[in-house]
Design a protein around this ligand. Structure first.
Ligand SMILES: [Zn+2]
Length: 304
């Protein structure tokens, strides 16, 4: 596995298309090319090294290592894709499309598409359920009011393009986020049950939506209005810390984010948060391992 400690090493490792393709073949196929259409490993590599043909009679498809991945059908060279992926998975706050455009020499529009496709790669596939002590909270993201605590925000926030995000973090472990339509008990409990193992100790604020948590979980409430932030295990500082990271990224770098794309910005922040202790090369390897996903232009610009 390639190792690199900094951007200079990284660029040496991935200085041309061939190096990038070889790496991608390793990450995607573990070195054994497989037909993306029928899964067969009975394939022929053409002398140019790039194109394969499936030898199965009923298939006979031609393909390259990028077919069926996030990189399919783009004119952007893999060297630029990889550098952008490196920056997004390693840089602590991410990068704006304007800055990325300047760094890798593409238009801002192209950089915007690149950023979103990479964020799609950064989502956690089949994450494990959180367990132990788990803090849960929810917050509005987007717009200038997003930094205020939710009790101080005006109730019409939702109308002005803000989106409600649910978050849960295991103490000493990972964070998960989910866009939710509202903070009814139904939405909140569904979000908890989807992400947290039964029997875990849940810590929340006094939002009434969490009231029924004690059926499957041990539930501890923090009473913020009484200034009661710390009482034994009863604090939600970890998830609040994550919210401030997420908001600093969105407000500070991207300025405004439309609700239809918000989940991808959450993917990005979550990916980095969950890999705080992981080296740069491992972060990049993890991101590329997730390349078997598509996000077409049509899906990307489709208004929700
Ligand atoms: Zn095939």
């Amino acid at each position: 596995m390639k190792t690199f400690k900094n951007i200079f090493d990284f660029q040496n490792e991935f200085s041309n298309e061939e190096k990038c393709r070889t790496y991608l073949e390793q990450q995607r196929w573990n070195g054994t090319p497989a037909c993306p259409f029928c899964g067969s490993i009975n394939v022929h590599r053409f002398p140019n090294g790039k194109i394969f043909k499936c030898r199965e009679k009923e298939c006979r498809s031609k393909f390259s290592v990028t077919v069926g991945t996030i990189y399919e059908n783009t004119k952007i060279p893999l060297t630029k894709w990889f550098l952008a992926t490196y920056i997004l998975s390693v840089h602590s706050k991410g990068i704006s499309s304007l800055q990325l455009a300047n760094w890798i020499g593409v238009t801002q529009k192209t950089a915007w598409h690149l950023n979103h496709r990479i964020r799609e790669m950064l989502k956690e596939n089949a994450p494990e359920l959180l367990d132990g002590i788990v803090e849960v909270d929810e917050t509005y993201v987007g717009g200038s009011e997003s930094n205020k605590h939710k009790s101080k925000r005006n109730a019409s926030a939702r109308v002005s393009g803000k989106t409600m995000v649910f978050g849960a973090v295991e103490r000493g472990g990972k964070v998960v986020t989910k866009i939710i339509p509202n903070t009814t008990a139904e939405s909140l409990i569904a979000a908890v049950e989807e992400n947290v193992a039964e029997g875990a100790i849940m810590v929340s604020d006094e939002n009434k939506g969490y009231k029924k948590l004690n059926k499957k979980y041990r539930h501890v409430k923090v009473n913020h209005s009484k200034g009661e932030y710390v009482r034994g295990a009863a604090w939600t500082n970890t998830i609040e810390g994550f919210w401030s990271l997420l908001k600093r990224q969105i407000d500070g770098i991207h300025h405004s984010v439309s609700p239809q794309h918000l989940h991808r910005y959450c993917n990005e922040s979550t990916f980095r948060y969950n890999r705080k202790k992981v080296t740069q090369d491992e972060r990049f390897h993890d991101a590329v391992l997730n390349c078997n996903t598509r996000l077409t232009y049509k899906q990307l610009i489709n208004k929700a």
